[in-house]
Design a protein around this ligand. Sequence first.
Ligand SMILES: CC(C)(COP(=O)(O)OP(=O)(O)OC[C@H]1O[C@@H](n2cnc3c(N)ncnc32)[C@H](O)[C@@H]1OP(=O)(O)O)[C@@H](O)C(=O)NCCC(=O)NCCS
Length: 150
Amino acid sequence: MLLEGFQVKRALKEDSAAIKKIVEDLDLSYKGFEVSDFFVGKLDGKIVAIARVQAFDDILFLTCVGVIEKYQGRGIAKAFLEKLTAIHKDKDIYLNTVIPEFFQKLGFHSLDLLDPSLSELVKTLPPKKLFNCEECFPERCRFMVKRGEK
Ligand SMILES: CC(C)(COP(=O)(O)OP(=O)(O)OC[C@H]1O[C@@H](n2cnc3c(N)ncnc32)[C@H](O)[C@@H]1OP(=O)(O)O)[C@@H](O)C(=O)NCCC(=O)NCCS
C-alpha cells in the first residue's frame, strides 16, 4: 500500500480538537490532555492517526494509538509507528496493550514484570492507573518494550 504524502508530526495546539475527536470516537482512554505529548499522522493534510508519547524521567511510554476507523487496514498505523519509533530510536519505548500481536509486528516484545531482573525497572514505571488500565482488560493486558539503539 502506497502512503504517499503521509506525514508524522508533533501535534500543535490547533490539532487538539481533531485529536480529542479521535480519542473519543475510538474510545481511547487517557488521563489529562497535553497536546504537546501527541504526535499526529497526516494524509493529504488530514489527521488520520494519533499517538501519545510521554516521558517519565528516562522512560518513554506510548499510549493512545489510534487510526480513524475508515482509514484502518491500509498500513497507516504501521507507517505511523515506524516513523514515531525512528524519531525516538535512542530510547526504550514501553506500552501496555491488549493487542500485543499488532505491536509485535512493529518490533515490540512482551516483558514479564514479575521477572526479578526487571525489579529496578518496575520501581521506575509510572503507575498503571495513569493510563486508565484498570478500566480495560487486565487479563489480556501485556507490557511491552521496543528497545532503543544504545
Ligand atoms: C490498532 C490500530 C491502530 C491499527 O491501525 P491500522 O492502520 O488499521 O493498522 P495497519 O493497517 O497499519 O496494520 C499493520 C499490521 O497490523 C495488523 N493489525 C492491525 N490491527 C490489528 C489488531 N487489532 N490486532 C492484531 N493485528 C492487527 C494488520 O493486519 C497488519 O498486519 P500485516 O503488516 O501483517 O499486514 C487501529 O485498528 C485502531 O485505531 N484501533 C482502535 C484503537 C486501538 O485498539 N488502539 C490500540 C490500543 S493499545
